[in-house]
Design a protein around this ligand. Structure first.
Ligand code: 7PM
Length: 286
């Protein structure tokens, strides 16, 4: 397969009922829905607080809001579909009622995929690359977009001893495989984004090799999503683990990724990331 080149970048990502322009990198703001220890989710105040945070990110320039219950996070204990839905669904419904923003939901669970898409989600962001039975079919049935991500191992063990002969080639091959599976299941090409999965079964060296090659990691015609925001790779790289080190690394990576033609940048610090993208775009046009 051919690597994505800068001059044949996809112009948009299509979701269930709206599109995101990729004329410049779309900034995806991370909205973590933290589990509430004593409720089964859906409490009005918590839902309203999550929607407020989402709207603030949109105001700061996020084109996509990525809603995640902690259940898909590395090392998280698995939760039932019911518990995951109780956490995520009320936020999707409430945000959709208040904003036309492109909504992405982090999930691997086909029941959750079906329900959130019925409530107005546009895209499914699956760290397991839609590998669970019926996950791909649920995305196809909903006409939703998907981001398929690479992970070596499982969240519980993936960082113990990740090994690759050629990390860039292997991940490019995996992503091409998952795109082919999505296409074979009936997804339109404009609905599929790919992601090398920074930190998901990768050492610092692997992450740096992937970041260096981010402009050539893609599958032809599909946008690359980069998720490095605040990750421990920067703490390790700079030899200090504080929020400044993590954010500074994330912003530098966002600048580089924009120059390299990345389609979507997943981040926590939306305003700062939007500024990095704007500077890089100005320099590219000059
Ligand atoms: C603990 C460790 C908590 C890691 C959260 C994380 C990505 C993602 C995540 C990514 C896509 C984080 C990660 N990372 N989805 N979800 N790409 N597509 O730092 O890199 O947010 S969870």
């Amino acid at each position: 397969m051919m690597p994505t080149r800068r001059n044949d970048r996809p112009v948009a990502l299509a979701g269930a009922s709206r599109r995101v322009s990729l004329a410049e990198p779309a900034v995806m703001g991370v909205l973590n829905i933290t589990p509430d220890s004593f409720s089964d989710g859906g409490r009005y105040i918590e839902v309203e607080a999550a929607v407020e945070r989402a709207l603030a990110m949109v105001e700061q320039g996020a084109a996509i809001v990525d809603i995640g219950g902690e259940s898909t996070r590395p090392g998280a204990t698995p939760v039932s579909s019911q518990a995951e839905l109780a956490r995520v669904l009320p936020v999707v419904e409430a945000l959709r009622a208040e904003s036309p923003v492109f909504i992405s939901v982090d999930t691997s669970n086909p029941e959750v995929i079906r329900a959130v898409c019925e409530s107005g989600a546009d895209m499914i962001n699956d760290i397991r690359g839609l590998s669970r039975p019926k996950a791909l079919e649920a995305v196809v049935a909903a006409d939703a977009a998907a981001c398929v991500m690479h992970m070596q191992g499982a969240p519980a063990n993936m960082q113990s001893a990740p090994v690759y002969a050629d990390v860039v080639a292997e991940i490019r091959g995996y992503l091409a495989h998952r795109v082919a599976a999505c296409r074979a299941a009936g997804m339109a090409p404009e609905r599929i984004a790919v992601d090398p999965g920074f930190g998901f079964g990768k050492t610092l060296e692997h992450n740096l090799a992937l970041l260096r090659a981010i402009g050539e990691l893609g599958v032809e015609g599909h946008p690359v999503l980069m998720g490095v925001s605040r990750k421990s790779m920067f703490a390790r790289l700079f030899g200090r683990d504080d929020m400044d080190a993590r954010i500074n690394g994330s912003l530098g990576a966002a600048f580089w990724a924009t120059l390299q033609g990345v389609g979507i940048i997943r981040c926590h610090d939306v305003r700062r990331t939007v500024q990095m993208v704007a500077l890089a775009r100005h320099l590219m046009q000059g």
